[in-house]
Design a protein around this ligand. Structure first.
Ligand SMILES: Nc1nc2c(ncn2[C@@H]2O[C@H](COP(=O)(O)OP(=O)(O)O)[C@@H](O)[C@H]2O)c(=O)[nH]1
Ligand SMILES: [Mg+2]
Length: 208
């Protein structure tokens, strides 16, 4: 067996075996259609590859699997040193998102970067989340999905920097109680997904 494959398999085994060491709940929220379900499916696909190839997770992911609008909640376990349970809540459940805030260690909030018309609604949702008492201790990752990187995904007439400035993201980050990170991804193409896994692993290492 090739040396790097052996190291990769050992690393994967270590990731799997350490799953009993503790688990953490991660909420995945955002409007309907932003790409939450596809993100979770893609994370599951790249996780073994990510463990085997020194955490880069690169490679062709092929056509995206079909997703249906999530009605209710969708639970998925990701094992990245610890077991992390990602709970996606359908966008239509917005009015009762708060019922799920308890025991939440981290929050993934997704925005559709190809749809600036949805931005103000997403901003209102985000403000509500950041001001929720039960989420004061949660680490937050804001995902700008469907990122257009040199024709790799949908074109958009507004840049990410313009979007961030429109929702006054620097001020939000400065004033929020939570530790907030942002990342630009394409769940379709796979761009930025290893950054999401790395963030989950780092966040739940101390937090989960
Ligand atoms: N172009 C593009 N489409 C995406 C991306 N992520 C998700 N989609 C598509 O957006 C639609 C809604 O995705 P879904 O994951 O069901 O959204 P959800 O309602 O937030 O769970 C599907 O057709 C996905 O294939 C992306 O990064 N780029
Ligand atoms: Mg969904």
């Amino acid at each position: 067996m090739r040396a790097e494959l052996r190291v990769g398999l050992a690393c994967l085994t270590e990731l799997r075996m350490s799953s009993g060491a503790g688990s953490g709940m991660c909420l995945l929220l955002g409007a309907t259609g932003v790409g939450k379900t596809l993100l979770v499916k893609r994370l599951q696909t790249i996780l073994p590859r990510w463990a085997l190839s020194s955490r880069d997770g690169k490679g062709d992911l092929g056509d995206p699997p079909l997703t249906r609008p999530t009605v209710g909640t969708n639970l998925t376990d990701i094992v990245a040193q610890k077991k992390i349970t990602i709970r996606e809540l359908g966008g239509c459940m917005g009015p009762i998102w708060s019922s799920y805030y308890g025991n939440c260690h981290s929050l993934l909030f997704m925005v559709d970067a190809s749809n600036p018309t949805q931005l103000s609604a997403s901003c209102v949702q985000l403000l509500g989340l950041l001001s929720a008492e039960e989420l004061a201790e949660a680490s937050v990752l804001i995902l700008f999905n469907k990122m257009y990187v040199s024709e790799s995904d949908l074109p958009c007439y507004m840049t990410i920097e313009e979007m961030k400035s429109l929702i006054r993201l620097p001020d939000l980050i400065a004033c929020a109680k939570q530790n907030i990170t942002t990342v630009e991804i394409s769940a379709r193409k796979g761009t930025g997904l290893s950054d999401v896994l790395r963030w989950l692993q780092d966040t739940h290492r101390t937090n989960g």
